[in-house]
Design a binder for this molecule. Structure first.
Ligand SMILES: *[C@@H]1O[C@H](CO)[C@@H](O)[C@H](O)[C@H]1NC(C)=O
Ligand SMILES: *[C@@H]1O[C@H](CO)[C@@H](O)[C@H](O)[C@H]1NC(C)=O
Ligand SMILES: *[C@@H]1O[C@H](CO)[C@@H](O)[C@H](O)[C@H]1NC(C)=O
Length: 593
């Protein structure tokens, strides 16, 4: 008799089976089938009934208390930022100069200051002009700066202001958290209710291997860290998310590989500790059912994985290296999130389908009322936008009909997605290059979906984890610029478009403006955006994916000579021999080639 057969005979005698059964029952009662400990250590028994459907958020959301006053932090000059003039921006009002009027968006709507700065006022603290004799700030030896450490020290000084769930962002080599799915030590999917809020937001700046770092990029990145993280007492944490593409050897195979990859990036030492690397294989390993992982289609995949592995951030701003805040970046982002928090859920999406143009419709109240009239007091989105593939996690609306709700619901609640440009209906957008690109959905291309380009957004952990789960377990996919907005709507999560000021290269250009306006909300049959999708080209906007104007503005601001066929940007105003630009967010500001 072989040993195996002998063993089987022993195991299947009743004397053994009965005690084993008792032990099993005992463990089952103590740990429960829902216990993660049980699930991970007794893998044969993981197929226990799951709770019916996902856990939904409560309808009556209670806003968290405001955070206590911000405690000053040390800046790159080793001084408290509250007492260091050399670190300060000089935002000024210009007497006798009329503030420019946006093409769309509004200073009043997002409560943004109408200030001006010269390029030196703006980037001087971060090293702009430091090689000139006239540089009259104290110089910083940037190579000795560690922005990761400065941010963590700032958070520590402010730790008492945050819930205990908030933790510093330890990004030393020993703490690399991203890794392939087949060796992961964290649950593959996680849901919103597993986490307590930390009141912290990560600002994820996208970079890639081979990026040509210029002085202007470094100054921009420094400004982002000081203004968003250090000046807010750690409410934001700036992280550089670096795409290593197909780098060999595998960066997650060993610490040595990861370190080697990091050192080969050409990334200045000051930013080493804020860099988080990922590569193509990471995405393929987590999302095998999604054939396309390239940035154009799936720019959120690395952000989803970042959120899964770094759940200590309630929200994640995804920003690009070719963005510029011509005013204080931290104040700008605060204004965006404040607006989104105050906005009611009712018609927030419908408002995001139109552009507020002050010269066409007046202030935000008039715009708000016009969208309400176009929707006859109701709403297209009321609770989740139902599709067969998604079990919503967002709350039930407080009334059955939107008509019966008085714009109170959701006020005070942080948005799950803040978009930075107007949203569009994929069904209407015939010329949209990604129109047919959708997969895994039962209704295919008839699935209602909305895109709000560019992929510069703030998304909540709640939303990112939901997208992650849908991609991982069901292979659901929509193109990048439709991902956060559509998933938020399907789940019934809060979406907001704070209408920040955007300018057009010609100061008075009624014809082009009409082309975008299309009669506004009053001319919309369904109240969900203009009837027609077609619009003029956006090459001369300050915030538009294909625009060339931001580069020209910055060049003129720096006093560079512009090409002969390029008109002087009217936004750059000269006073007392200095060049000023207004306060705004610009994208994209391309490098020279
Ligand atoms: C430093 O230089 C700037 C730009 O040249 C100038 O506007 C400013 O007044 C100077 N500050 C001092 C303290 O000299
Ligand atoms: C895990 O996946 C990676 C990437 O697909 C692969 O290179 C590696 O061999 C796998 N490791 C194990 C333990 O299966
Ligand atoms: C109103 O919308 C229609 C399409 O439904 C369009 O043809 C017309 O030009 C719009 N009116 C204005 C003033 O833009």
């Amino acid at each position: 008799m072989s040993a195996l057969v002998k063993f089987r005979r022993i195991v299947f005698t009743r004397q053994v089976l009965i005690p084993v059964g008792i032990v099993y029952l005992f463990l089952f009662l103590i740990l429960g089938p829902w216990s993660p400990r049980w699930a991970s250590s007794f893998s044969p028994f993981t197929e226990t009934p799951k709770p019916k459907g996902p856990i939904r958020q409560s309808t009556n959301f209670r806003p968290p208390p405001p955070l206590q006053e911000r405690v000053p932090c040390y800046g790159p000059r080793g001084q408290f930022l509250s007492r260091s003039p050399d670190d300060e921006l000089k935002e000024v009002k210009l007497d006798g100069v009329e503030y420019p009027k946006p093409f769309w968006g509004s200073y009043a709507t997002i409560n943004l200051e109408q200030t001006w700065m010269t390029i030196d006022d703006r980037y001087g603290p971060y090293g702009y002009g430091e090689e000139d004799k006239s540089y009259n700030r104290s110089k910083v030896d940037w190579d000795t700066i560690n922005w990761g450490k400065l941010q963590n020290e700032c958070f520590e000084r402010n730790r008492h202001r945050f819930p205990t769930s908030a933790t510093p962002f330890d990004n030393t080599l020993q703490m690399v958290r991203l890794g392939y799915r087949n060796v992961t030590r964290i649950p593959e999917t996680r849901q919103w209710h597993e986490f307590k809020n930390t009141r912290r937001t990560a600002i994820v700046v996208r970079a890639w291997r081979g990026y040509d770092w210029k002085a202007e990029d470094l100054q921009n990145l420094r400004s982002l860290i000081v203004e968003t993280s250090l000046r807010t007492g750690g409410e934001y944490q700036v992280v550089l998310l670096v795409d290593m593409k197909d780098y060999e050897p595998y960066i997650f195979a060993s610490d040595e590989n990861y370190e080697k990859a990091l050192s080969e990036l050409g990334l200045p030492a000051e930013f080493r500790e804020i860099a988080v690397l990922w590569d193509d294989r990471l995405l393929e390993s987590w999302y095998p059912d999604i054939a396309e992982h390239r940035t154009m289609w799936q720019v959120y995949q690395p952000v989803q994985l970042f959120s899964l592995h770094y759940p200590e951030f309630d929200h994640i701003w995804q920003v690009e290296l070719d963005m510029r805040f011509t005013g204080d970046a931290g104040k700008f982002l605060d204004h965006m999130s404040d607006f989104a928090r105050k906005e009611p859920r009712k018609q927030a999406f419908e408002r995001a389908m139109f552009q507020q143009m002050e010269n066409k419709i007046g202030d935000y109240k008039s715009f708000f009322d016009a969208v309400n009239r176009a929707n006859k007091g109701g709403a297209y989105i009321w609770g989740p936008l139902r599709i067969p593939d998604i079990d919503p996690i967002g709350p039930e609306p407080p009334t059955e009909l939107a008509e019966n709700e008085d714009f109170k619901w959701g006020v005070g609640e942080d948005a799950d997605v803040i978009v930075t440009s107007v949203c569009n209906n994929a069904q209407k957008a015939d010329a949209w290059v990604f129109k047919g690109w959708i997969g895994g959905f039962k209704d295919g291309t008839s699935t209602p979906r909305f895109f709000c380009p560019p992929a510069i957004t703030r998304t909540s952990r709640t939303l990112l984890l939901a997208v992650h789960e849908a991609q991982l377990t069901k292979g659901l996919r929509a193109p990048s610029e439709a991902t956060p907005s559509s998933f938020a709507l399907w789940h019934g999560l809060k979406l907001s478009f704070p209408q920040h000021p955007v300018f057009w290269k010609r100061e008075h250009d009624d014809e082009t403006q009409e082309g975008w306006w299309k009669g506004g909300p009053a001319n919309s049959t369904d109240g969900v955006g203009p009837n027609l999708w077609e619009h003029p080209r956006g090459m001369g906007l300050t915030f538009w994916w294909e625009s060339e104007w931001p580069r020209q503005i910055v060049d003129a601001w720096m006093g560079k000579e512009l090409a002969k066929d390029v008109a002087h940007p009217w936004l750059v105003v000269e006073k007392d021999g200095k060049k000023y630009v207004p306060n705004m967010m610009m994208h994209p500001m391309k490098h020279y080639h």
